[in-house]
Design a protein around this ligand. Structure first.
Ligand SMILES: NC(=O)c1ccc[n+]([C@@H]2O[C@H](COP(=O)([O-])OP(=O)(O)OC[C@H]3O[C@@H](n4cnc5c(N)ncnc54)[C@H](O)[C@@H]3O)[C@@H](O)[C@H]2O)c1
Length: 250
């Protein structure tokens, strides 16, 4: 592939699998994460496998921090051609218990953070006449999710942001798509209330049994589709919500 990619939330779960997959395909990848130590560790491990990966610390909700991280990525690897936004924050509370602070933080990370990363990377893509953007949203954007009004609303915003950018940016050779995961086994998934306590293991087993393909997702499922969407072959796919969920919608 030989492209320059930035993956946010790249130190864990889905983001980390995407970093590995893009880098294995020949991309040079900047792995950006709130947890700078984890970003550095993951990048060092991947470099040890002969892949071109740099780790960068930044909170995606902090515009100046994202700007600084992208400057560092450009200096090290070159202009950004691929941006994958996987950084996310999932909180749970019944609607009436959601504090204003939690509402604002969840929207800031999931939605405004995506806005910052995309708005700061797109000029490179326009200048290069080629770009690929994949946002990682959530099935909750379509179905809603009990105790996640803030998270679902923010992810719904990510879906519409994605569709709107596809309309605006197609003329520059830039495609913009979103993958809304459903149940992918990652640290975030395993930390959800539904996976906790004595019932947690049974809940997870039952969810897998209900899935048409009789299993839950793994980060590599999302990474494989993301890599395709970031390829030259996917140039006619844009503005799409690409379900990678084993047929498991609800
Ligand atoms: N796992 C699932 O079943 C599932 C379902 C629906 C949506 N998603 C979405 O997929 C994406 C990846 O989630 P995951 O399951 O791999 O979770 P994860 O917790 O394994 O990884 C998320 C990463 O994002 C980083 N991050 C969090 N806040 C950040 C911030 N402000 N700035 C920069 N980095 C930040 C974390 O440090 C972590 O490394 C998220 O956007 C999540 O909402 C996951």
């Amino acid at each position: 592939m030989g492209r320059v990619a930035v993956v946010t939330g790249g130190a864990s779960g889905i983001g980390l699998a995407i970093v590995r997959r893009l880098a294995t395909g020949g991309a040079s990848v900047a792995l950006l994460d709130l947890d700078e130590a984890a970003a550095d560790r993951a990048a060092a491990e991947l470099r040890g496998e002969g892949l071109r990966v740099v780790g960068l610390g930044a909170d995606v909700s902090d515009r100046a921090a994202v700007e600084k991280a992208l400057e560092a990525a450009r200096a090290e690897l070159g202009p950004v051609e691929i941006m994958v936004t996987s950084a996310g924050l999932s909180l749970n509370a019944p609607f009436l218990d959601i504090s204003v602070e939690d509402w604002e933080r969840v929207v800031a990370v999931n939605l405004t953070g995506t806005f910052h990363c995309l708005q700061l990377a797109v000029p490179d893509m326009i200048a290069g006449g080629w770009g690929r953007i994949v946002t990682i949203s959530s099935s909750s954007a379509q179905s809603g999710s009990r105790t996640q009004a803030h998270y679902s609303a923010a992810k719904g915003g990510v879906v519409v942001l994605t569709k709107t950018l596809a309309l605006e940016l197609g003329q520059y050779g830039i495609t913009v798509n979103t993958i809304p995961p459903r149940a992918v086994v990652t640290p975030m998934f395993l930390a959800a209330p539904f996976a906790q306590g004595a019932a947690g293991e049974e809940n997870i087993k039952a969810l897998a049994a209900r899935s048409p393909v009789r299993r839950l997702g793994v980060p590599e499922d999302i990474a494989a589709t993301t890599a395709f969407l970031c390829s030259d072959d996917a140039g006619y796919i844009t503005g799409q919500v690409i379900g990678v969920n084993g047929g498991n919608y609800t």
